[in-house]
Ligand binder design. Structure first.
Ligand SMILES: [Zn+2]
Ligand SMILES: [Zn+2]
Length: 346
């Protein structure tokens, strides 16, 4: 009898909390970090701690040519979080990315005396700031129109601090018409590929031909050289921005085409490129690096969230491995994530 009572009590001890867990939406032990039976809450709690630690670690170990092991670990941990689709739409993720973009917004007020300051943004977005000009390439808020990754107040604040916008191609992870219009409304020029946003606004200027084109910005003391690249059949402007006397950068958009390699092989003969920003998954990374012949590399387009399955989100650890394979080129590269910047001087 005693044994029977004991068995019943043990049974109730197991079953009752389990039933309670299923029927109670709020975890009564959340304040003491006990998550038994609350699996989603556990994962969310873990992601919050991880995102916060990664953010702190990346600030302690900022971008540099020789990546420090704690920084590498932080980026690989970020890969893990960003390849777990449960984190895609969470407040924790939005807080992480907006906190980092807010830092960019603030830092854009800090003058650059010499050389170039290069900011990395979501997704393949870059801002390059010299003493005289601040230029954005492929600046987007990310996410959907209904719920963008980066809050309007932050992304439009960032756009407001830039003097010109260059767009590689029409895909939504690179081109956003509302952002382009915000430039145009301030009298800032937007240079887009042929066929994109024609007759929208006089300040939004798609190329008339998909050919090598030089566009001068005398007021900004820079020249934009557009090279006619492709992503398959899609016209893809490779934007080579020459900041006179300070440095030249090239951003490749979503370059992916073997025919273009014939002329890309010779880009280094015409342009003295300081910093190349290739899409991290570009076809034949080695040939592009040799063709452009930059003094250093900052890859872009890692961890694109949304459209693709996780095998094509492109992790930071994959860039590290790809660059290890090309170590014989002796081209320094700096691995950056959203909301970071690097000061380049010749
Ligand atoms: Zn694309
Ligand atoms: Zn893309």
């Amino acid at each position: 009898m005693k044994k029977q009572i004991l068995t019943t009590l043990v049974f109730l001890g197991i079953i009752i909390p389990a039933i309670t867990a299923q029927t109670t939406s709020e975890n009564p032990y959340a304040d003491s970090y006990i998550y038994w039976d609350y699996l989603a809450a556990y994962k969310s709690g873990q992601a919050t701690v991880a995102f916060n630690n990664i953010d702190a670690m990346l600030q302690t170990y900022p971008p540099q040519k020789e990546i420090a092991m704690p920084r590498e670990l932080a980026l690989v941990s970020l890969d893990q979080l960003l390849h777990d689709t449960d984190n895609d739409q969470t407040e924790t993720f939005y807080t992480f990315i907006n906190t980092r973009m807010m830092r960019v917004l603030k830092d854009l007020d800090r003058p650059v005396e010499k050389g170039l300051r290069i900011y990395k943004l979501y997704n393949d977005g870059f801002i390059i700031k010299s003493k005289k000009a601040t230029v954005a390439i492929d600046l987007i808020p990310g996410g959907s129109n209904a719920k963008p990754f980066i809050k309007d107040s932050i992304i439009y604040g960032i756009a407001g601090k830039c003097d010109a916008l260059f767009i590689s191609h029409w895909h939504a992870d690179h081109a956003n018409l509302n952002i382009a219009k915000s430039f145009a409304a301030r009298g800032k020029r937007v240079i887009a590929p042929k066929g994109l946003w024609e007759n929208v606004d006089p300040m939004i200027q798609p190329l008339t031909e998909h050919i090598e084109t030089d566009i001068k910005f005398d007021d900004l003391d820079l020249t934009l050289h557009v090279l006619p690249g492709h992503q398959g059949d899609v016209l893809n402007n490779i934007n080579v921005v020459e900041f006179h006397g300070e440095g030249t950068v090239a951003q490749t958009g979503d370059q992916w085409g073997t025919d273009d390699l014939k002329w890309i092989d010779h880009v280094n003969e015409k342009y003295d490129i300081d910093v190349l920003m290739p899409n991290c998954w570009i076809n034949n990374m080695k040939r592009h690096l040799v063709g452009f012949g930059p003094k250093m590399i900052i890859t872009g387009h890692e961890n694109e969230l949304g459209e693709h399955s996780i095998d094509h989100r492109e992790a930071y650890w994959m860039t590290i491995k790809k660059m290890e394979l090309l170590s014989d080129l002796n081209m320094p590269y700096v691995l950056m994530t959203w909301g970071e910047w690097y000061d380049y001087q010749r």
